[in-house]
Every structure is written in structure tokens, then in C-alpha cells.
Design a binder for this molecule. Sequence first.
Ligand SMILES: [Zn+2]
Length: 117
Amino acid sequence: MLLFGSTKTFINVPVFYYSKVIKKIAIERMRILYDFSRIEPVFADRYAELIRRISAKSRTKIPLDIKRRICKKCGHMLFPGKNMRARTSKTMKTVNLTCLDCGNIMRFPYSREKVKK
Ligand SMILES: [Zn+2]
């Protein structure tokens, strides 16, 4: 009996139909792990690794606010004031986030807020 042999034929639903659900769950899990890392900083680096792996496996983008708290080079979770330094550069018009564990600098562009008339 091939009742549970292949989930694709058993469910008989195209992949793109339930991929949206998978992505929703993936983002939810990433947010939970991110919240845990704030509560338990001891396991923060492990949580950062798990967030990256969930995003790779489900092919989902990491939400921007979480992405900017994970170092791109060493993969550590960044805590402002502890292992991260944030500065703005006037000439380059970027926010420079420096990882104090490995020295990597991540730059994100900013633009001046438009004044409403
Ligand atoms: Zn780093």
C-alpha cells in the first residue's frame, strides 16, 4: 500500500498552493526564535543559525528587522551596545552596523525623510 508513500500524490494539491502556508509558518517560527534570543542571550547564536536554516529550507526571506540583527559574516546574533555598534555616515548616506565579534561592517542605505507640506 502506498497510502503515505508520497505526500504530493496523496494530498493531490499543487505545490504553489500550500507554499504560501509554509512561508507563513516559516516567518512565524523565525519571529518566535528571534524573541527567544532576546530572552535567552546564551543561545542567541544557535537561534540565529536556526533562523537562517529555516529561511533556506522554506525559501523565505528573513524579515528585515531580524536580518539586520544577524551578522552576515560570522552569523552571530547582534545586540546593540553589547556586540554591535550602529553609526550613520553622512557622506555615504548609510547606517553602518559593525559586528564587534568579527569586525564586519554591514551598510544599509537611508534617505532623508520627506517633509510633508
Ligand atoms: Zn560578525
